[in-house]
Design a protein around this ligand. Sequence first.
Ligand code: M6R
Length: 614
Amino acid sequence: MCGIVAYSGYRKATEVLVQGLSRLEYRGYDSSGLCVWDGKQISLRKKVGRIDQLSKLLAAQPVDGAVGISHTRWATHGEPTDANAHPHFDQSGKLALVHNGVIENYQQLKEKLMAEGHEFKSQTDTEVLAHLVGKCYEEQKGAQSPLTAAIKAALVQVTGTYGIAVMHEDHPGVIVGARRGSPLIVGVGKKEYFLASDVTALVAYTHDVIYLNDFDIVEISGAGYHIDSLTQAVNEHHITTVDWDADAASRGAFPHFMLKEIFEQPQSIQNAIRGRLSTEEATAHFGGLNLEPRELRQINRILVTACGTAMHAGMVGEYLIEEHARIPVEVEFASELRYRNSPMDENTAVFVVSQSGETADSLAAMREVKRKGHRALGICNVVGSTIARESDGGIFLHAGPEVGVAATKSFTSQATIFLMLSLYFGRLRHLSPVVGMRILKAIQDLPSKIQEVLDTNEGIRLVAEKYAGAKSMLFLGRQANYPIAMEGALKLKEISYIHAEAYPSAELKHGVIALISPELPTLVICPQDGVYEKNISNIQEVKARKGPVIAVATAGDTHIKKMVDDVIYVPEVDPCVQPILNAIPLQLFAYHIAVKLGCDVDKPRNLAKSVTVE
Ligand code: M6R
């Protein structure tokens, strides 16, 4: 949700900023812009559209300098236009600011500033913040660090969320950043320092980063950095070394990040499993839960909260944990949990699932749970993210950077973590070593089974392309394959803009069946499991009404082939990993349809990878 990159050092700032923005484009891509100190003044370049539009503008109107701030926008206040693109200046025209987040009281602030003679060029809340900081700067001119003092004075008047970077002509070389609710990271180089919303923008230059906390305010220049806090007297920070390099966040030979990330799944699952399975004890282990086995045994209810794809992974977890550990599990949208009064007691464990670890609703739900004194455990991919840092313990996916807006490898890793949790909780209770070993073995085999599905990509493409003309689609599945159907429908919606709905297969006859027609394809997840015959009946119901059916079925199932229009086969595996495996063809199905339709797969319209606004 908007990306910020700022730089102070010795390199060409425009190159650092544009390259960093390209890495952050997944956070927002309706306009972008930058300001660079050119030795005489702060020069502004900004443009509606993708970052290549900004690059074209810079090619026509270059700007030279070694200090600058930049932004890629996902519009909240004001539509995507050149005027609404960041950076924004204050009234004096000497202070420039970029912002990620939402200033909730911007209207009141704007009216007050207008009454004092301030004139605005955009409809954004950000320009109001720039003017407010500028006004405070005039009042703080005598202070030791007037720009930092002005930002502090402005931010105490603001309600809402922000990650900001600010520069002022009176202080060439200096950039001040601050955060509340929107991520901001300091990159520590040699005689060069950076600010960015995400480490992906920095790894080409430095692997040493500092994750700022809410209410931190940081000043960087080519000479160093200084971190202060709006709220705390003592504020400790550590440099963390990022253990992956720029290649991990680039597409390589793949045409899209989404496809690359789908194909990375044998490896990302392997990374999720590594060091966490014990064949001796027929169980899983997690180092970061920060809970004793005795405390874990006392857990009698699990609440999972998340958004979007991460919530679907939680739903897979619900089926698996209840099946293997007999612990009641509830899954709640984070956006709902944060505003409801869900009953919890001291034996309820709350898992917050988030790839980015920055999703505003998930973070707010976690804070609400913690405020009530409950323990919140994170399942995150991004190390150093806010949810990872603020949770009481948790589990990392170790899936590597996920850049495609459509979540793929993070989903299967999250579901695999839940499967391992179900094994762990089960083995702490009644689950026998024999059953434990069966589950463990199935988990160990999962990466190679996923590879087998990926090897059939070409066949999946041919099937998918047949359905690219559909206006709407249904996805059906039972039990843990129901959230897989939901995930398949979400993938199709978000990247191909084809309407799709998911239902538990048996719900078809309770209303949805009215939609069935030759124009509405139905994808049914129908492995040879305990509910196979039931699914077959549902397929018959659709076929009887001339609805086209695509089945995701178990390899060797020749019976189903005679009944449906198309079959995508997946290898026969233990039922506990079947849903995870079934997610792969659904990802590829959506991907190939989107490509066929000419959609921008990695940057679907209206979306952003990390939703850091409410
Ligand atoms: O970073 P998170 O896992 O917290 O993100 C949650 C959702 O915004 C995310 O899964 C979203 O639904 C994806 N775009 C789906 O592909």
